[in-house]
Design a protein around this ligand. Sequence first.
Ligand code: SF4
Length: 97
Amino acid sequence: MTDIAQEELEEQILKWAEDYARKNGWTLNPDDKQLQTVIRGLARNTIRFGEQYCPCRLRSGDAEEDKKIVCPCIYHRDEVENEGQCHCRLYFQKTDA
Ligand code: SF4
């Protein structure tokens, strides 16, 4: 996979994440550097493992078990609701500031 292909994939994932956040009434991490790090990790995992695995969680190696941590993982709604953000700091609750 070339750097260009990785960059294109990152753009696609960013658009997907923006769309997903908007649909849920959330925002993405306002810190662009942190956001790019997560997006890059998602793109790398997609290229390496064929699934958009969470870059902040450990894969068990069991494909069935690891479906839980394909982004958006099964934990993210609770995390955004209870902690204001998902574990990776990709999705954030909107603040009324
Ligand atoms: S913690 Fe966030 S970035 Fe990681 S898989 Fe869950 S929703 Fe995606």
